[in-house]
Design a binder for this molecule. Structure first.
Ligand SMILES: *[C@@H]1O[C@H](CO)[C@@H](O)[C@H](O)[C@H]1NC(C)=O
Ligand SMILES: *[C@@H]1O[C@H](CO)[C@@H](O)[C@H](O)[C@H]1NC(C)=O
Ligand SMILES: *[C@@H]1O[C@H](CO)[C@@H](O)[C@H](O)[C@H]1NC(C)=O
Ligand SMILES: *[C@@H]1O[C@H](CO)[C@@H](O)[C@H](O)[C@H]1NC(C)=O
Ligand SMILES: *[C@@H]1O[C@H](CO)[C@@H](O)[C@H](O)[C@H]1NC(C)=O
Ligand SMILES: *[C@@H]1O[C@H](CO)[C@@H](O)[C@H](O)[C@H]1NC(C)=O
Ligand SMILES: *[C@@H]1O[C@H](CO)[C@@H](O)[C@H](O)[C@H]1NC(C)=O
Length: 512
């Protein structure tokens, strides 16, 4: 037995060694991957065919891992569906799945590949991490058998989970995360019943992990960021170019700023599926981002980040807006849909103005000056305060300045990519009742411009000297994570949202 005093020396030494190994900064990599899709989504592939396809994708991911490691990266994130693409059918997905154990089993698949049955995909990912001394984040599918006589057990006898795995720089499995919020067409996967709060510690900070649209929901977002106090969120996605407010790079940059954490986003690169837009985001700056609709290639981004980002004191998002008297203008209001939310809008008539537009309890105030009021472009200021009902239900409060697609006000809120109107100044604020507000600015040509606005501590987003290109969209996107739907809200919403999603895909496939 070791004497007590020696034990405490050992403990002290271990702590000291850990502390001195801690890094103030680290190098992060994200890889936007042009995924190779299964040849035929209708036909059931054999396990051999499935493995061949997954190996083709992993060959490409491995090149990115080697290149990231050469540039000194400590961690690399790869996209959701990055290894087998999109298979929207439970049965066809099955040959792509492996049993993925919980990280508590302490397993390094690279050196111990037979412990949990046949796991060649996990072995290869673990070896990529170990061979290159890098943390590796990948998205694969887990299967867990269940008793088919149980009422909840799916008919093929397996629960199937959309799963992120993380291997440390020795190849050990350190995190397994099941995606919680599926899109409507993701019936090939089951929703986990257990809450998924997955974190892991490194010498370069504490990490939390989510997938895709999970970042729009209270659980796991708020407990991860505010209770478990992670420094960096890892986010594999397959995220469509959802203009205006969920346009990937603008929204993710705004989310990191509003949630006050680092965010690493790896998206699929697939122009035919309208997917591109990855980035490395810090709370106070965008370190690197990629969005390219023209090329067919993947892209590796590498950048240095603070291990424990130092964040400014929180903004009081309602302070200014609730302290002023609403601006009065005779300008008539009208309503139009933006991503299925019915906004209240007013049109900007003159080259300068002060407007207030309200919906429910949210009032948005805009002051602006344009270089010139063009007759061929229409801009509006709008407010939305209510339940969003498409691809999940959640409460939003949004203040927005938008360029309309044409000069017809019915087109306000539809996707638009270019503008010609320059603004000399703007100031937008709203009476938000949630602390989670994400500030977004998008300029003509879909450029994000995170350095071209200031956030004042009283909740205004302002620009006093003009922007580097005409403005497409300026938004304060408030997500009321704390507000939940009353248990018996109407079921009609479901059918409405299915209709709307169909409209959405029709709309987007025509403009892309
Ligand atoms: C890397 O891992 C693979 C297993 O996928 C192994 O066969 C190979 O020898 C390793 N390469 C190096 C350079 O260590
Ligand atoms: C923000 O400002 C409002 C209005 O002055 C005030 O009522 C509220 O308590 C403030 N919120 C915080 C978190 O300080
Ligand atoms: C626009 O300018 C005209 C002329 O100065 C003024 O009468 C009108 O009230 C202004 N409209 C708005 C909405 O500010
Ligand atoms: C808007 O309000 C500011 C003060 O808040 C005022 O100086 C300016 O003249 C107003 N502009 C218009 C067009 O009413
Ligand atoms: C937007 O402008 C760019 C360059 O000015 C042009 O290449 C692109 O085709 C335009 N896009 C649309 C949708 O008009
Ligand atoms: C705007 O321009 C003024 C005068 O040129 C300058 O003093 C100020 O710092 C600028 N503000 C920003 C945010 O760049
Ligand atoms: C919810 O359902 C219960 C029982 O069906 C009913 O009594 C109650 O009025 C409903 N509440 C609302 C807000 O609809």
């Amino acid at each position: 037995m070791i004497p007590f005093q020696l034990q405490s020396y050992i403990a002290f030494f271990a702590l000291w060694a850990f502390k001195t190994n801690c890094l103030d900064t680290f190098i992060a990599a994200v890889y936007e991957h042009a995924v190779i899709l299964p040849p035929d989504n209708i036909k059931l592939d054999s396990r051999e065919e499935a493995l061949a396809l997954m190996n083709e994708n992993m060959d490409i991911l491995e090149e990115a891992v080697i290149s990231a490691a050469k540039q000194g990266a400590h961690i690399i994130v790869t996209p959701e569906h990055g290894i087998y693409g999109f298979i929207f059918n439970r049965v066809n997905l099955y040959p792509y799945l492996e049993d993925i154990p919980h990280p508590k089993v302490n397993w390094t698949p690279c050196t111990d590949d037979s412990r949990f049955g046949s796991t060649p995909v996990q072995k290869r990912l673990s070896c990529m991490a170990r061979n290159n001394s890098i943390y590796m984040v990948a998205n694969i599918g887990d299967r867990k058998s269940c008793d088919p006589t149980e009422s909840k057990c799916p008919s093929n006898g397996y629960y199937q989970y959309n799963t992120n795995v993380v291997y440390d720089s020795e190849g050990k499995l350190v995190a397994r995360y099941y995606k919680k919020y599926m899109l409507m067409n993701e019936a090939q996967f089951d929703t986990p019943t257990e809450p998924q709060l997955v974190t892991f510690d490194t010498t370069f900070g504490k990490f939390g992990i989510l997938t895709g649209f999970d970042i729009l929901f209270h659980d796991p977002v708020v407990p991860l960021v505010e209770k478990l106090k992670v420094d960096t969120i890892l986010l594999p996605v397959a995220w469509m170019n959802t203009l205006p407010h969920l346009y990937p790079t603008a929204f993710h940059a705004a989310w990191a700023m509003g949630m006050r954490v680092n965010l690493l986003v790896a998206n699929i690169h697939s122009i035919s599926n309208q997917m591109t837009g990855s980035g490395i985001y810090a709370p106070d700056s965008v370190k690197a981002y990629y969005f390219d609709k023209k090329s067919d290639d993947g892209k590796l981004l590498v950048s240095e980040l603070e291990s424990h980002p130092i964040v400014r004191p929180p903004v009081n998002w309602t302070l200014y807006a609730s302290s002023i008297k609403p601006f009065s203008s005779e300008q008539e209001e009208f309503k139009a849909l933006v991503l299925f939310d019915m906004f209240t809008f007013k049109e900007l008539i003159n080259d300068t103005g002060n407007y207030t537009v309200c919906q429910n309890t949210l009032c948005c105030h805009l002051s602006y000056k344009m270089s010139e009021k063009r007759t061929d472009e229409v801009y509006v200021v709008g407010a939305f305060d209510g339940l969003h009902i498409a691809e999940g239900e959640y409460y939003l409060q949004i203040c927005t300045l938008l360029k309309c697609l044409t000069t017809l006000i019915e087109t306000c809120g539809q996707p638009v990519e270019n503008a010609s109107t320059w603004f000399d100044m703007f100031s937008l604020s709203g009476t938000f009742d949630s602390p989670h507000v994400f500030p977004e600015l998008l300029l003509s040509g879909l450029q994000i411009a995170p350095t071209e606005f200031e956030i004042l501590s009283d909740g205004r987003i302002i620009n006093q000297n003009g922007t580097s290109a005409p403005v497409l969209m300026l938004t304060l996107f408030g997500r009321q994570y704390e507000k939940t739907k009353p248990p018996n809200a109407s079921v009609d919403l479901e059918t409405t949202s299915v209709m709307m999603i169909t409209m959405f895909f029709v709309l987007y496939s025509t403009i892309w």
